[in-house]
Ligand binder design. Sequence first.
Ligand code: NAD
Length: 355
Amino acid sequence: MEQRVLKIGLLGCGTISQFAHLPALMRARGIQLTAICDAGRDLLEAMGARANVRNLFTDYSQFLDQTDVEAVLIAVPDEFHFVLARQALEAGKHVLVEKPMGINSQECALLAEIVQGTGLKLQVGCMKRHDPGIVFAQQFIQERVGEVFSASAFYRDSLFRYDVQEAILPRVITSAQAIRPSKDPKTADRRHYSLVTHGAHVFDTLRFLAGNISGVTASLAEKFDQYSWHGLLHYEGGALGHFELSVKVNDDYVESYVVHGEHGSVDIRTFLPFYYRPSEVRAFDARTRQWHTPLGSDSNPYKNQIEAFARSVVENRPVNPDAADGWAAVQLLEAVEASVNCGRRVETGCLQTAG
Ligand SMILES: NC(=O)c1ccc[n+]([C@@H]2O[C@H](COP(=O)([O-])OP(=O)(O)OC[C@H]3O[C@@H](n4cnc5c(N)ncnc54)[C@H](O)[C@@H]3O)[C@@H](O)[C@H]2O)c1
């Protein structure tokens, strides 16, 4: 049977929408891009022409009034996520909001509570969960690896990332009328921004693979205007893990995850997302003494996350990741910062399940 098509509106035509969301929305199955909103009229018209969408709005409230917008993909700066996601939920729209879900755990807790009362879906834009290599690894861990005792992540952003992006991505169109945060988050607190913008993905992926993390002990080296966070992760189930998050290094982009359990192991190498190259995975099943490695064919994670979101809404199934996951990732980021400041283990707090 044909799946019912979900009518989605896009809020925000900035960098990530131009690089990833707009091309993904134009190709995704099971959705129709029905409207676009951005405060920058010139930018909005350029993106409307690119996507062949005529319902264009500079005013968010008018955009939300449209009956053929059932769900909203929110791609605006972090500090606007909470307010604009709440407004969308109050207007009865399902929400796919970029990571991080909010700028602090209070915002995330509130948003999770609001979602629970509405019966609507809120998915957080952690598209790595929809990379076919990561999907395979997570299933392998669930079905074959068994109880995990070690799960670690290594993430090093490259000083040469922008040279690579310049080579493979379209030039970004900007607008003088665009709405921006009062202070540029990239420069106002570069240390915090570097941890959050990259860590939101890394910690979410670790939780997806190996479960809830209850505490963290972290340290930070800050030199030559670069940062390197290292830490020990304490999982709820008793497992331990390490993480390194370095922004940026004189090296290639590196992202990898290693998980060991009772009956096997998984080794993952993830690539810069804009390559649309699935993570390479080597998974070992000790019971059969065999290695397994998937071919990740449908590998645009941004497109996959939109399709998964649409299926969840249409079939009324849980989204991935949900509001509780978005909240947990922000709690972890806060725990890392707190641990760096106090020099001790910090607990992530009580995680609750949301819709
Ligand atoms: N998942 C990923 O791989 C990834 C990568 C980069 C950025 N991001 C996230 O994407 C989000 C957006 O980042 P960006 O760099 O594209 O932002 P950006 O500043 O380039 O663009 C945001 C756009 O939203 C518009 N906007 C903001 N508030 C509005 C409002 N109330 N009404 C109408 N238009 C409004 C602005 O006019 C602007 O054009 C951030 O949360 C960031 O963390 C995710």
